[in-house]
Design a protein around this ligand. Structure first.
Ligand code: SAH
Ligand code: SF4
Length: 336
């Protein structure tokens, strides 16, 4: 799919043609310009040549059928992964990628392990959503939520991420409410600061994963550049400006960050208004093991006792490596 030439092709046409074209792509979700019968045959043929709508992707459905992973091929033959999660309460969430790979190299994350290839442009981000919108349309369903929790660090590709969000948010397009869009960051404070000035009602999530700098630096090298204190300062400022809740993500990794002492340190950080904690079970990527069920319960007990506001994330798509942190396109991997 490539709409870069759309404006050029429609240049000689009356202005309203542009609107018709974007409505065909974003609302009617056409997959071939031949479906846009309000255009002349000649124009449709030119559009198909100059602005192809087909998306080249390989798709895997999990055994439980509630998550679908796709791997989209980009124009330079790199690939990017995204996942659709069908929640029981009716929400349909797409987890999108914003980079091919990631330069931050967190120890627990498969994307981090593959290194960094390049940023996605805003349309390559939108393409992932369109792919699943088309998929759901066949079942008369639509996407309700978007999370930037796929491959890459959104705040290292800030402009494209924000441009994509504004288009996804457009009432005359896919019309996905800003309140239903979440951005997760490893703690790039400049991004947090910029986002607070955007006047957008999107949700901010921060990957914390450790309650002190020593441990956090061990598993997230980016902590050397942006430590916990600096991140919390940026978050507090964000809350002051936006009055919005911030979600802190905390992976539970066996014998790494799941001790009682870690829970107690975490309590000290989390006891602030509009701070919200989301516990995530570690999805295996090789290096570490997930905490045992017993340990998770004990960890939660300490948080509960201290009155920390938290939830636990449901695990999607483990069998198709579509769970958080399992995104990675490996050269020698067999694709179905
Ligand atoms: N780069 C951003 C967004 C992408 S990662 C960030 O780090 O926040 C999205 C989420 O998946 C983050 O919370 C990340 O920490 C989490 N994650 C990474 N590896 C994981 C793993 N192996 N199991 C579970 N969650 C993981
Ligand atoms: Fe990058 Fe996020 Fe993975 Fe860390 S957890 S390597 S920041 S994608």
């Amino acid at each position: 799919m490539n709409l870069n030439n759309l404006e050029k092709v429609l240049e000689k046409e009356p202005k309203y043609r542009q609107k018709q074209a974007s409505s065909a792509v974003f609302v009617n979700l056409i997959e071939d310009w031949q479906e846009a019968t309000f255009f002349s045959l000649q124009l449709r043929e030119e559009l198909n040549k100059e602005c192809p709508l087909s998306i080249s992707a390989e798709t895997l459905v999990s055994k439980t059928k509630d998550s679908i992973k796709t791997r989209i091929s980009l124009k330079d033959d790199l690939q990017v992964e995204s996942v659709l999660m069908l929640h029981q309460d009716g929400r349909n969430t797409v987890c999108v990628s914003c980079q091919v790979g990631c330069p931050l190299g967190c120890q627990f994350c498969a994307t981090g392990k593959m290194g960094f290839k390049r940023n996605l442009d805003y349309f390559e981000i939108i393409e992932q959503v369109i792919f699943f919108s088309r998929y759901l349309k066949k079942e008369n369903k639509r996407i309700s939520n978007i999370v930037f929790m796929g491959m890459g660090e959104p705040f290292l590709n800030y402009e494209n991420v924000l441009k994509a969000i504004r288009i996804l948010n457009d009432k005359e397009g896919l019309s996905i409410g800003a309140r239903n869009i979440s951005i997760s960051t490893a703690g790039i404070t400049e991004g947090i600061e910029k986002l607070s000035e955007e006047g957008l009602q999107v949700n901010l999530a921060v990957s914390l994963h450790a309650p002190n700098d020593k441990l956090r630096t061990e598993i997230m090298p980016i902590n050397k550049r942006y430590n916990i204190e600096e991140i919390l300062k940026a978050v507090d400022e964000y809350i002051k400006i936006t009055k919005r809740k911030v979600m802190f993500e905390y992976l539970l990794i066996k014998d790494v960050n799941d001790s009682d002492q870690c829970a107690e340190e975490l309590v000290k950080i989390m006891r602030k208004p509009l701070y919200f904690l989301n516990l995530i079970l570690y999805n295996s990527t090789g290096l570490f093991k997930p905490s045992s069920a017993k340990r998770v319960e004990e960890f939660k007990k300490i948080l509960k006792k201290a009155g920390v506001d938290f939830s636990q994330r449901y695990r999607f798509g483990d069998d198709i490596k579509a769970a958080c942190g399992q995104f990675a396109v490996l050269k020698d991997e067999n694709v179905v």
